[in-house]
Design a binder for this molecule. Structure first.
Ligand SMILES: Nc1nc2c(ncn2[C@@H]2O[C@H](COP(=O)(O)OP(=O)(O)OP(=O)(O)O)[C@@H](O)[C@H]2O)c(=O)[nH]1
Length: 502
């Protein structure tokens, strides 16, 4: 239906009349003028949301009674307030609301937007508003109409949804951050493990390869680009077993290690190519997040110790061998002497000592030079080394002095050995600068415990016997008799050492 002529004031007058009438509870006598008001009243009663009318100066002219249900505020309070927007619209939405109201008024085009109303007690009520221009019969804008419906429930649901989405985003960002950090950490760890020379191998609980570094591939002579992830331990063993000197020993070592929860002791693996590698293994435990710790696999650490072993061997050789002849030196001589005497003491056996001193070595040096003397020493060490038995120990004690220690010795055997050495040295022939040279040796024999009660005394007794050989003509052996004062047998007969000089 159309009202003509239309004015907001007229409409409002009708509505206000109805509102006063409705609030008074009394029924006005029916007349013709009330007809429109009744219709309006029915409309207003049917309005579930909020309805409001504004004049062209945006002053609130009328607002539906549903205001009280929705906000706890009465239409009268709202109408009495200096401004609708200041009274009812939430601080944050006021400017926007005013701008939109002006816009609708100026353009005549409707606007729909959501905003917050302030309820009695300060709480907020979200409403969806629809602003339309009210026009008279001539199409002129005469005021504004606002219809608003309660969307608080939807907004709360939206807020919850947004909050849930925000929480999910935060959780996702956090897990992405953790993932990023753990990736970075893995990269750092992997870079570190790849530059160290220790071979590292992680096996998982199912005995499959989880991680390995470059050094591990190198130590086990596996191709550099090979992907071993997921390979079972038995397959890996079969790949490397051909490198080992004692495959069975190594495989049984592995079985023992994997059955134990302890950190294994370093095990030496000897490779066919001469390398020595050690391995150590330990169970890897998880972080214990489930209340207890449990094994989640095993780590193996391999180290190529070939260089170390070689260096150690060289150092030991330097410490206990004579560099010229490669015979054991005086230091080792004393160690072995003490050891053999202790053994002899325990088993009631004897230890023999042969003291050897060359005759006429100096003249060779003097006549042919130091290098010739060195050659003589080296040849002599080799030749005498060939005469003595495997269990007898040969030493260069210094200069042209040598010694032989004989464990579990018998006098006759010692005499036999001394004779062979004297004859062997005397039989050596040298030629330097086209001139022949040869030399002999004087030997002294002493037996523990027959001639001495300890190592020092045994050395003194053998030296004593050796000097007797020298004094009694050289190129012979003497045995300490009793307290080493008796004359020893000598053979072969004295012969002057030939220096090759005419
Ligand atoms: N070429 C060489 N000569 C050495 C070495 N060590 C010691 N000599 C020399 O060996 C000589 C040992 O001296 P002597 O024991 O008197 O020599 P000898 O002529 O055998 O004397 P007698 O024992 O009395 O027969 C000295 O001239 C030392 O300089 C060495 O490593 N190389």
């Amino acid at each position: 239906m159309a009202w003509a002529p239309f004015t907001v004031a007229g409409l409002v007058g009708g509505l206000a009349g109805w509102a006063v009438f409705a609030s008074s509870g009394k029924r006005r006598p029916a007349d013709e003028a009330c007809c429109e008001t009744d219709l309006l009243r029915q409309v207003v009663e049917g309005v579930h949301g909020l309805e409001a009318l504004f004049d062209t100066s945006l002053r609130l002219e009328w607002i539906s009674p549903s205001l009280q249900r929705m906000t706890g505020r009465t239409p009268a309070e709202c109408l009495a307030a200096p401004g609708f927007v200041e009274f009812l619209v939430h601080d944050a939405d006021r400017r926007y609301c005013q701008r939109c109201m002006r816009q609708v008024l100026e353009s005549g085009r409707g606007e729909d937007f959501e905003m917050r109303l302030t309820r009695e007690g300060g709480k907020v009520l979200w409403v969806a508003t629809h602003w339309r221009a009210l026009r008279d019969a001539g199409g002129r804008v005469r005021g504004l109409r606002m219809a608003a419906e309660d969307i608080q429930g939807r907004k709360e649901a939206e807020y919850k949804l947004l909050e849930t989405v925000a929480q999910l985003r935060r959780a996702q960002a956090l897990s992405e951050n953790y993932l990023l950090r753990s990736n970075d950490e893995r990269q750092r760890l992997s870079a570190l493990l790849n530059v160290i020379r220790l071979g590292i191998l992680f096996m998982d609980r199912d005995h499959r390869v989880l991680y390995y570094n470059r050094a591990m591939l190198d130590i086990w002579r596996l191709p550099a680009g090979e992907n071993l992830i997921g390979v079972r331990d038995v397959v890996l063993e079969s790949r490397v077993v051909g490198l080992l000197e004692s495959p069975d020993a190594y495989l049984s070592h592995i079985r023992q290690v994997v059955e134990s929860l302890e950190v294994s002791k370093p095990f030496e693996i000897h490779m066919k190519d001469g390398r020595v590698v050690t391995d150590v293994s330990a169970v890897v435990e998880d972080g214990g997040g489930h209340g207890g710790r449990r094994g989640i696999g095993r780590v193996w650490i391999y180290e190529d110790v070939t260089e170390q072993r070689n260096t150690a061997r060289k150092l030991v050789a330097l410490a206990e061998r004579d560099p010229l002849t490669n015979l054991f030196n005086r230091r080792r001589f004393h160690e072995e002497l003490e050891r053999l005497l202790a053994d002899a003491e325990r088993h009631g056996t004897r230890v023999g000592l042969l003291a050897i001193d060359l005759d006429g070595f100096k003249p060779i040096n003097d006549a042919f030079g130091h290098q010739a003397g060195d050659e003589v020493l080296v040849t002599l060490a080799r030749e005498v080394g060939g005469i003595i038995r495997r269990n007898e120990l040969f030493f260069r004690l210094g200069g042209d002095e040598f010694g032989v220690l004989v464990p579990d010795a018998e006098e006759n055997d010692l005499i036999g050995l001394a004779r062979r050495i004297v004859e062997g040295v005397a039989a050596l022939r040298f030629e330097f600068a086209g001139r022949p040279a040869h030399l002999t040796a004087s030997l002294g024999i002493a037996l523990y415990p027959d001639h001495a009660g300890d190592g020092e005394a045994l050395i003194a007794a053998a030296d004593h016997a050796m000097y007797r050989s020298k004094n009694e003509g050289r190129n012979r052996w003497s045995i300490c008799a009793g307290a080493c004062s008796e004359s020893a047998r000598m053979e072969p007969p004295r012969e002057e050492p030939d220096t090759g000089e005419d």
